[in-house]
Design a protein around this ligand. Structure first.
Ligand code: ARG
Length: 400
């Protein structure tokens, strides 16, 4: 009996060719699975393309809500940015796609799963490690790691086998997108000295071409999760989509960086993440007001650790569960609202309020109504500085 394989299908050249290749060269019955995490693709187009390429079935799963609620928003609450920059859009989608692959494989009684990741990226690691964690019995076949084709030969293979791929839509870049952001690689971007050409960006206006007048938006949070825009409740997906548009219009969310891949190479990466960048700024502003100094200090370190683990494909690990538990417990009072100013490429928090605010006007003010006991400061400094005075007199003052 022919074995079944479930292929994570994006509709692009690689995975379309992969359908035929898995069928002809490996003898599988191929089920194409598209997990919709918010990319600009039409279900009907993908379905007919997958079937024409040789898939026996096409499965479409709408995972937008799950993606935002259970992957992107927890990463937001963590404050996760890989190497201080990348909000991890692609990285966060991979464990979800892997989980869907496993679910469909089980429902279909498949023996294997497949994906279109190359052999030198992070995505292969994320998907493979996730599948292995969830379903060690499944085989994983990654055609792009096995075949010897370059882009030219893939196009030739597609033509020869009458696989429909819109070569007109073929862009010079490798693009991955979902609601949390857009990742762009390859082509001229591989020269790190080259400024990205304007056509790289699709979601964001250039800051210089953005409106001269700033826009203001108020984001409401409950326990670290965004719940409203401008005072109106908004479902997660709606909220992110609206912010992508609004902040993108003001040129917010462009990132151009050199990044360290898990497989050891440095690569030039361009990202557009208007909603993610805006929400990260808002969330951080609210934490400044609602977390103690100690909480902020440790959480900043945990955020880095969390970003690393997401980037490195360890979503389904005990380490993740541990860090997530810590992060969740820090978010209990991260409730309130932040007003942001979007202007020419930047999203700046300009106002914040919370029912759990630790900011106390009467303690902070230099004006009337001050309740801070400044006479106590002298005693405090005496004791705080004691070890410094002792050491200074015993040692440092004698240094030459
Ligand atoms: N460098 C980013 C990451 O590892 C983006 C990867 C983009 N993937 C793609 N297929 N274009 O998360």
């Amino acid at each position: 009996m022919t074995e079944k394989i479930i292929l994570a299908y994006s509709g692009g050249l690689d995975t379309s060719v992969a359908i035929r290749w898995l069928k002809e060269e490996r003898g599988y019955e191929v089920v194409a699975l598209t997990v919709d995490v918010g990319m600009d693709r039409e279900r009907e187009t993908l379905q007919s393309r997958a079937l024409a390429a040789g898939a026996s079935r096409f499965v479409w799963r709408d995972a937008q809500e799950t993606f935002i609620r259970h992957f992107a928003f927890p990463a937001l609450a963590a404050g996760a940015r890989y190497q201080c920059q990348y909000p991890l859009a692609t990285a966060l989608s991979r464990p979800l796609i892997a989980r869907e692959l496993v679910e469909v494989a089980r429902a279909e009684g498949a023996a294997a799963v497949s994906h279109g990741c190359t052999g030198k990226g992070n995505d292969q690691v994320r998907i493979d490690v996730s599948v292995q964690a969830l379903a060690p019995e499944l085989k994983i076949v990654a055609p792009l790691r096995e075949w010897e084709m370059d882009r030219e030969s893939e196009i030739a293979y597609a033509e020869e086998h009458k696989i429909p791929v819109s070569v007109t839509r073929a862009s010079p870049y490798s693009i991955d997108e979902n609601l949390w952001g857009r990742s762009i690689e390859t082509g001229v971007l591989e020269d790190p000295w080259q400024e990205p050409p304007a056509d790289v960006y699709q979601w964001t206006k250039s800051p210089s071409g953005a409106p001269a007048e700033p826009a203001y938006v108020e984001v409401g949070f409950e326990r670290g999760m965004p719940v409203s825009l401008d005072g109106k409740q908004a479902a997660p997906v709606t909220l992110v989509k609206r912010l992508n548009e609004l902040a993108g219009e003001h040129g917010v969310g462009r990132i151009d960086s050199i990044e360290d891949r898990l497989v050891g190479i440095k690569s030039r990466e361009i990202y557009e993440a208007p909603a993610a960048v805006t929400l990260l700024a808002a969330h951080e502003a609210l934490e400044q007001m609602t977390l103690s100094k100690d909480q902020r200090r440790l959480k900043e370190r945990i955020a880095q650790e969390y970003a690393e683990l997401v980037y490195n494909g360890l979503w389904f690990s005990a380490h993740h569960q541990n860090l997530a538990a810590y992060i969740q417990s820090t978010q209990r009072h991260v409730t309130g609202a932040v007003r942001l100013k979007l202007h020419k490429g930047s999203a700046t928090a300009v106002g914040r309020k919370s029912p759990y605010s630790l900011y106390d006007f009467s303690l902070a003010t230099y004006d009337k109504g001050d309740t801070f006991d400044r006479t106590a400061a002298v005693g405090f400094i005496n004791i705080w500085g004691l070890p410094v005075r002792v050491q200074s007199q015993a040692q440092l003052l004698h240094d030459d």
